[in-house]
Design a protein around this ligand. Structure first.
Ligand SMILES: Cc1ncc(COP(=O)(O)O)c(C=O)c1O
Length: 392
């Protein structure tokens, strides 16, 4: 057979992070590359109870095909949580359960992205979004992410173009990869521009509940509900293996997104949705999240202090939640070169280049603190400090 592929797949790259992770699996390596949720917090015993309960109480009924939109009680739980946690009025009808929030990105691409159309994305931006949306061949337009959110002058310049983007993607809380969040002022400014320029924002928020410092801020979806698709996920607050996420879809888009979901996979695993719902009924998600974010806060502090001690003068972000921080090396240093040296000292991170759609920035790197305890972080960063001394 002579291999052949669809045109649209020609430019889709394998995930650079997965390639890096292959190098980092060696048990000698202290890896800050992965960015996985800490498995110590996976509630396996509670999920075992929930699984047995669903099978016992519902029998074969738990194993049948189910609604495309998702398990009704789970959608109601999510809507109720938005109301109590964020004062956000969301109807369960507007919630579509997806196979992780990653699937939501694919559905958005299917329904809303024409080949060659402009699509605004933060730089650095979430690699999984770049990958998922690339399949639909948009023309990515980067907007620099400043410490308090997207650079408004750059955003305004893009929105002043005659056929400007109708779609924008951003992570408003503790972004992957940078750890940065939008300030309240930036949220308001972006919401105002979405409405004025008739742009739809995909507001991806898998980390928002993992705040360990500061005050919760309203999602942009609260400020411009018709102009935002809000994404959420249970991956970082319960378990990633269930692949359970959701999207909050404005009325005008609901039917088309539901059809796209139906065409993709009919529905998300119904049994797993019921198990998760049963777990949420019997356990306090708030108490569980409190435990996770307390530990992530301690790990972030350990990494911050180790960086100050072992890599003095280096610039890095100070996230108030989530799992990542972002390092800026001096301009003349390449993070990829540093990675190649660091891996010889058995320490790994992710060089920043693939997170840019204008790939001319070489001196940044992503570090995840979610998976390592304070002593491991101290040892890993001290190794990094020694490597940096060699190249400065
Ligand atoms: C910003 C962002 N969006 C989406 C995802 C995908 O998450 P899920 O497991 O819900 O598909 C991730 C996972 O790391 C992420 O960092």
């Amino acid at each position: 057979m002579q291999p052949f592929f669809a045109q649209r797949f020609a430019k889709v790259e394998p995930s650079f992070i997965r390639e890096i992770l292959k190098v980092a699996v060696n048990p000698e390596v202290i890896s800050f590359a992965g960015g996985l949720p800490n498995p110590d917090f996976f509630p396996s015993e509670e999920l075992e109870v929930a699984t047995a309960k669903v099978l016992r109480n519902k029998g074969n009924g738990a194993l049948q095909y189910a609604a495309t939109e998702g398990f009704g009680p789970l959608r109601e739980y999510i809507a109720e949580r938005y109301r109590t946690q964020h004062g956000l009025q969301v109807s369960p009808d507007n919630i579509l359960i997806t196979n992780g929030s990653q699937q939501a990105l694919d559905l958005i691409g299917k329904v809303l992205v024409d080949e060659g159309s402009d699509l605004i994305i933060e730089e650095p931006g979430y690699l999984g979004a770049i990958q998922a949306l690339s399949v639909y061949q948009p023309n990515f337009r980067g907007v620099s992410l400043n410490d308090d959110g997207p650079d408004l002058a750059e955003l305004d310049a893009l929105l002043a173009e005659p056929n400007h983007a109708r779609l924008m993607y951003g992570v408003t809380n503790f972004q992957n990869p940078s750890g940065l969040s939008y300030s309240l002022e930036k949220r308001r400014a972006v919401a105002e521009r979405l409405i004025r320029h008739n742009v739809l924002m995909v507001e991806d928020n898998p980390y928002g509940e993992l705040r360990f410092e500061g005050e919760h801020l309203p999602p942009i979806a609260k400020l411009a509900p018709e102009n935002v698709v809000l994404l959420g996920s249970f991956s970082k607050v319960v378990v990633p293996s269930f692949r359970l996420g959701w999207m909050v879809v404005p009325d005008w888009l609901r039917q088309k997104i539901t059809i796209a979901k139906q065409a993709s996979d009919l529905h998300t695993n119904g049994f797993v949705q019921q198990v998760l719902y049963s777990y949420l009924q019997d356990n306090s998600l708030d108490a569980h999240i409190d435990r996770i974010r307390t530990v992530y806060g301690q790990q972030k502090k350990a990494m911050e202090q180790a960086l100050l001690r072992h890599c003095p003068g280096l610039d890095f972000t100070r996230p108030e939640g989530g799992m990542f921080l972002w390092l800026k090396l001096p301009q003349h240093l390449s993070a990829m070169d540093l990675f190649n040296l660091a891996i010889k000292e058995n320490v790994a991170f992710v060089p920043g280049r693939p997170f840019y759609v204008r790939p001319d920035i070489l001196n940044t790197a992503r570090f995840s603190y979610s998976g390592a305890d304070a002593a491991t972080i101290e040892e890993g960063i001290s190794r990094l400090g020694r490597v940096i001394q060699q190249v400065l």
